[in-house]
Design a protein around this ligand. Structure first.
Ligand code: G6P
Length: 367
């Protein structure tokens, strides 16, 4: 069937606004609300037999892998190695006996990711994939597929597929954590109920779209934009910068907040907007001090945080976006949304082709 844009001017915006629904559907596939447990199909491996997991992807899917590393290591005490498929496939990495390799891809067709999958298969790994397109090359060559139920994604820049990948990865990390005895049922219930609140919070963020559109006014003339975040929110800084450069053609870089002093702070002046992604939580004070270092040097800080974070250091920012206060476990899923919206509105102001940015392809099937 033909897929339309609904009430939206672009597929990308339609797909951003679908997120509350498709995040909910993806969660329903892996979470049983009656028992408050994660339920996934029988696995070809035992989580207790794994010494580490290897996760491989490209583009935004790779940033989902980065978030997953934090989740698996924290929640399941399972070491995770992540790599970009185009690097992994040529570096002849030694693989653990009976290991598991997990591939993340919206399309299931990205050439480098598929080649990396084949390498891991040769190396005797269990092959698992998180895919949005279930009839795809990676689906056919995997031992097990965890679908993301985002529905067809048409916009070249990934949005809803990315947040659904995160939901699936969060469920897998919880499942591994229980199986390995790293967390108990009470933790499982708490973490999964934090995910169940995401759709409603995502709706709240989308209802605040006008605030983000107003901020875009201050960004669309910038030449460079920096994004910083820490821990689980560091990959969202990378994703925010990627979204902006993909569709608005503004140079943007994502940095781990702690790396600011090792280079990017040299760029700070009144013309470089710095998007600080810092929900309140364990690492908040560290990122807040980075924010203050930037504003003390005349930097233009746009601060994405919650009520508590804004009460603490909001006065040091040029602009704030208040997001709902969430369990720190799920903040990467939520904070992905304002950075998508920001990139979208900046691109509209610049008049670029949002759904089909120049030089980019939805699925990179040739190297
Ligand atoms: C392209 C798309 C990105 C996507 C990446 C990986 O670069 O423009 O949005 O993240 O490919 O694609 P995949 O289908 O493997 O997730």
């Amino acid at each position: 069937a033909m897929i339309g844009k609904g009430n939206h001017a672009h597929f990308m915006m339609k797909e951003i606004f679908e997120q509350p629904a498709v995040i909910g559907e993806t969660l329903n596939a892996y979470f049983n609300p009656a028992s408050r447990t994660i339920t996934i199909p029988n696995l070809p491996w035992d989580w207790n037999d794994l010494s580490r997991v290897t996760i491989i992807a490209c583009g935004s899917s790779y940033y989902a892998a980065m978030v997953a590393k934090y989740w698996f290591e924290q929640v399941a005490r399972l070491p995770v190695e992540i790599d970009i498929a185009s690097e992994f496939r040529y570096r002849e990495a030694p693989m653990p006996d009976g290991g598991m390799a997990l591939f993340i891809s919206q399309s299931g067709e990205t050439a480098d990711t598929l080649a990396a999958l084949r390498y891991c298969k040769q190396a005797g790994q269990h092959i698992a994939s998180i895919l949005n397109v279930s009839e795809s090359s990676m689906a056919r060559e995997s031992d097990i597929v965890f679908p993301t139920l985002a529905g067809p994604e048409i916009g070249v820049a990934s949005t809803k597929a990315f947040t659904c990948q995160l939901v699936t990865l969060a469920c897998l990390a919880i499942h591994a954590g229980v199986a390995r005895g790293a967390i108990d049922h009470a933790d499982e219930a708490r973490l999964s109920s934090a995910i169940t609140k995401v759709p409603e919070m995502a709706t709240e963020i989308l209802n605040n779209d006008a605030t983000i559109r107003a901020l875009a006014e201050n960004i669309h003339e910038a030449r460079d934009v920096l994004y910083i975040g820490r821990g689980l929110d560091y990959p969202i800084a990378l994703e925010g910068a990627l979204k902006l450069k993909e569709i608005s053609y503004i140079h943007a870089e994502g940095y781990a907040a702690g790396e600011l002093k090792h280079g990017p702070i040299a760029l700070v002046d009144k013309d470089v907007p710095i998007i600080v992604i810092a929900p309140s939580g364990a690492l908040f004070d560290k990122t807040a001090s980075n924010l203050q270092q930037v504003s003390a040097r005349g930097g233009r800080v746009i601060f994405l945080s919650d009520r508590d974070g804004i009460a603490a250091v909001g006065h040091d920012a040029s602009a704030v976006v208040e997001l709902p206060k969430a369990d720190p476990f799920v903040t990467p899923i939520l904070y992905a949304i304002p950075v998508q919206l920001l990139a979208y509105h900046v691109a509209i102001m610049k008049g670029t082709d949002v759904d089909q940015p120049r030089n980019l392809a939805k699925s990179v099937t040739v190297e």
